[in-house]
Ligand binder design. Structure first.
Ligand SMILES: [Zn+2]
Ligand SMILES: [Zn+2]
Ligand SMILES: [Zn+2]
Length: 154
């Protein structure tokens, strides 16, 4: 495990202890799988990588349950439109977690998590609701081309 992942896992244990919940070995391993990936993964991809990394084949249903736990504890985010999962970019941060939004690169598949101020989100919701539309997810997933891909295409 890289030092970075080590540190993030340590922080995750602390966050779970603080919340009074248990980061079991398997939950922790699922998080390690996500931390080791540069792109978000589907539950099935997590099963595959888990098997490679930890030599154990997990039923996909239990992976879903572990992901639910990790999402609940804000250690993992789900990209709703793609049904993929990624580790939170701010686990080891001390600042407050803002409403996460995602910038998805259509070329390399990397996803950047950015925070949006709560009042901007509230404003957005208000203007959506004023049309009579009911919002299912409050999460923005924006597609485009990341800085890295732009730089390497010149
Ligand atoms: Zn996050
Ligand atoms: Zn942060
Ligand atoms: Zn890219």
């Amino acid at each position: 495990m890289s030092e970075d992942i080590d540190r993030i896992i340590q922080k995750s244990y602390e966050a779970c202890a603080l919340a009074g919940v248990k980061l079991t070995d398997k939950r922790k391993n699922v998080l390690v799988v996500l931390l080791g990936s540069s792109t978000p993964l589907s539950a099935y991809e997590i099963v595959e990588r888990y098997k490679t990394q930890f030599g154990e084949m997990l039923p996909v249903m239990s992976v879903y349950r572990m992901l639910d736990f990790l999402i609940q504890e804000k250690l993992v985010h789900k990209l709703e439109t793609a049904s993929q999962y990624m580790s939170c970019a701010h686990i080891a941060c001390d600042h407050q977690h803002e409403t996460p939004q995602f910038l998805i690169c259509d070329q390399c598949g990397s996803v950047k998590e950015i925070g949006i101020k709560k009042h901007i989100m509230a404003e957005l919701e208000r203007s959506i609701q004023s049309t009579g539309f009911t919002l299912a997810h409050q999460q923005l997933e924006l597609h485009g081309v990341c800085k890295h891909c732009q730089d390497s295409s010149v």
